[in-house]
Design a protein around this ligand. Structure first.
Ligand SMILES: [Zn+2]
Length: 90
């Protein structure tokens, strides 16, 4: 896949204190784990979020300073609808 559109997300609780996006659902219904998305990214695929209002944003890996694992994040500021953390849950 060259570019994949993420429509929804499912959260994963890492510790008792915080959570990250653990799974994403693409427009065609495909569900991918965060590890699988990172794997596709390493192989050159691009992932974008698409909010219900049509806004899109690029998804990038980031390393959490709390749990030191690599997760997914959009660069948008939190209030924006296309932010990964603002997508509908599934
Ligand atoms: Zn973390």
């Amino acid at each position: 896949m060259a570019t994949a559109i993420i429509a929804r997300r499912r959260m994963k609780y890492v510790t008792g204190t915080h959570s990250h996006v653990g799974w994403v659902q693409l427009l065609d219904g495909t569900v991918l784990t965060q590890e699988k998305v990172l794997d596709y990214m390493r192989k050159g695929s691009e992932f974008r979020t698409r909010a219900p209002n049509g806004q899109e944003a690029r998804v990038a890996p980031y390393r959490c300073r709390t749990c030191l694992e690599t997760f997914l994040r959009t660069d948008s500021v939190p209030p924006k609808a296309d932010n990964l953390d603002a997508l509908p849950l599934f």
